[in-house]
Design a binder for this molecule. Structure first.
Ligand SMILES: Cc1ncc(C[n+]2csc(CCOP(=O)(O)OP(=O)(O)O)c2C)c(N)n1
Ligand SMILES: [Mg+2]
Length: 562
């Protein structure tokens, strides 16, 4: 077989099950090999879409994301999505053809491109090493949680390679010692146990690195009376717990912000504790002890100085800390018991009551500002939250509007929310929803987009229809790059470069084969209810003309970070 086929076959045999891409001559054979060996191939209409779909698929399925692109422009088109995946440490492999002859039109320095955005450039350099090079890419992606660009030089792709099977090599992959299951040294576990035993108002904030650790964190939190919160990328992790404060940071409810600010101990679990999650540090009280647990030593204390930093897997560390607490019964448990039964730590009847009453954004009072053919985005999103089935998977693009769906749409768990915002790019939301939808076909996919992001990613409208996804796309249309309008408008700057004439999204979507509803007031949501009744054989686009007088307050936060 030729090298291109061997590469595809190796990835299929080690467990890749879905690949996303745009096929050209330089990745034709490798893509066909993937398909021949049982991998589902999803054709995107733009490589940027393909990369983000694979990223979202990996995040929501727990499997390695696979992308396949043509050399040169195929790869440059994919770069924004690759940057997002690399920043998010998504295990992903980008298979790309490579023109090594500098006189080729397709030639560009692909290693430099990959390295520039934090991806790992690797290459199949000769037929003899094709299998091992591919396995090495897979290992790097999985074990180090990296996004790998695997260059497939066109001449090497055509060389023949005998297929000897993967017996020895696949064992190497499967038997890999995963650093993710490491625990910190006993002295550090004891230090954390002591802090928890002493704390009166502990709060856990779980991030991306704790999305597999719900059970362990809930047990430790129950034993120590901690309240539970997440960063935006882990939204939904503690859904259903009476102690769930939902997202910490810019999207936090006033109650969550108050309770986190009043904590005497905050433990970040696999969470960067960055400016978003801590509101530039304002959610961390002056006398609060901050602890951070992360698999990556280099992540400790990067955004906030921490009193204690532990290197270890979040689930394993939580489990070991609980054992330490239980086994030092004389000291630690005594302290725990003295806080008294159900009123343990931060878990009082009063706090429970307040979380029940004010713990969700839907319960926070506001004055509806809709009218004159425009709907208040809060009213729109609360209305959708009530209508859409609870089994949903929500993807959110970037922009002024983004907090509304992130705050007012509940999700069933951490695999119900896909937030590709590490690079803060607009235009990734729709592809994110497609990748997420394919990872969780049991859930209704919801893509929340601004008009700017929707038009940037519109190439994938056709993909949604072609794949038959029962998706709801909500366009929060203010006929502008609202983020810029609200940032610069108050200072009297001209806004002609960031405002646009009205676009008829319902007509555009109908042209692609969508069902469409235009929403100018709450009554129009009846059209959404109608579509939900079935048969849902076409996706639905909700064109919401939203109020636009005012910028959102989380946007103010965002611009402080520039
Ligand atoms: C790829 C990219 N280009 C430009 C920006 C700068 N930017 C941030 S928000 C925004 C406006 C987005 O407009 P829209 O999708 O309509 O959302 P809105 O802000 O109006 O709610 C722009 C241009 C960006 N973040 N990413
Ligand atoms: Mg807009």
């Amino acid at each position: 077989m030729i090298v291109a086929e061997a590469v595809g076959r190796v990835l299929a045999e080690v467990g890749a099950d879905t690949a996303f891409g745009v096929v050209g001559s330089g990745n034709f054979h490798v893509t066909n090999a993937l398909v021949e060996h049982g991998v589902r191939f999803v054709a995107a209409r733009h490589e940027g879409g393909a990369a983000t779909m694979a990223d979202a698929y990996a995040r929501m399925s727990g499997k390695v994301g696979i992308v396949s692109v043509h050399q040169g422009p195929g790869l440059t088109n994919a770069m924004t999505g690759i940057a997002e995946a690399a920043k998010s440490r998504t295990p992903m492999i980008v298979l790309t053809g490579e023109a090594t002859d500098v006189r080729s039109n397709f030639h560009v320095d692909q290693d430099a491109l990959a390295a520039a955005v934090g991806a790992v450039p690797l290459r199949v350099t000769a037929a003899g090493g094709a299998v091992e090079d591919t396995l090495s890419a897979y290992r790097t992606a999985v074990r180090e949680r990296r996004t790998v660009v695997l260059n497939l030089p066109l001449d090497v792709q055509q060389e023949t390679v005998p297929w000897r099977g993967l017996i020895g090599e696949s064992l190497v992959v499967a038997g890999a010692v995963d650093p993710a299951f490491s625990t910190p040294p006993a002295a550090e576990i004891d230090a954390l146990a002591r802090l928890l035993a002493k704390a009166r108002r502990p709060v856990f904030i779980a991030g991306r690195g704790a999305r597999h650790a719900r059970a362990e964190l809930e047990e430790l939190a129950a034993a120590t009376g901690a309240l539970l919160a997440t960063s935006a990328v882990a939204k939904g992790l503690f859904r259903g717990s009476p102690w769930d404060l939902d997202v910490s940071g810019g999207f936090a409810t006033p109650l969550a912000a108050e309770l986190i600010r009043d904590a005497d101990l905050v433990v970040g679990w696999g969470c960067a504790l960055n400016m978003w999650t801590t509101r530039h540090g304002r959610l961390i009280g002056e006398h609060t002890t901050l602890v951070q647990v992360d698999v990556d030593q280099s992540a400790l204390g990067v955004h906030r100085p921490v009193g204690l930093g532990l290197v270890g897997d979040t689930a394993a560390t939580a489990r070991t800390t609980l054992h330490a607490l239980e086994s030092t019964a004389a000291t630690a448990l005594h302290a725990l018991e003295s806080t008294g039964g159900p009123e343990r730590g931060y878990r009082s009847a009063e706090v429970a009551g307040r979380i029940r009453a004010e713990g969700r954004w839907q319960a926070v009072r506001y004055d509806d500002e809709g009218g004159d053919g425009r709907i208040d985005p809060r009213t729109l999103t609360i209305g959708l939250d009530e209508l859409l089935p609870a089994e949903r998977i929500v993807a959110v693009d970037s922009g002024n509007f983004m907090g509304y769906p992130a705050m007012f749409l509940d999700v069933p768990d951490e695999r119900g929310f896909c937030f590709t915002q590490a690079f803060q790019s607009i235009g990734l939301g729709l592809a994110t929803a497609i990748g997420a939808a394919l990872a969780r076909p049991d859930r209704l996919p919801v893509a929340a987009l601004g008009d700017g992001g929707a038009l940037m990613g519109i190439a994938e409208f056709e993909t949604v229809v072609r794949l038959g996804l029962p998706m709801v796309i909500v366009v929060y249309d203010d006929e502008a790059y609202g983020a810029e309008v609200h940032h610069f408008g108050p200072h009297g700057h001209p806004l002609g470069t960031v405002t646009f004439p009205a676009a008829d999204f319902a007509a555009i979507a109908t042209g692609y084969g969508f069902a469409a509803v235009t929403v100018t007031g709450p009554g129009d949501l009846a059209g959404v209810a109608e579509w939900l009744k079935g048969p849902r054989d076409r996706p639905l686009l909700v064109h919401a003309k939203v109020t636009r007088e005012r910028g959102s307050w989380w946007l103010e936060e965002a611009f402080k970070g520039h």
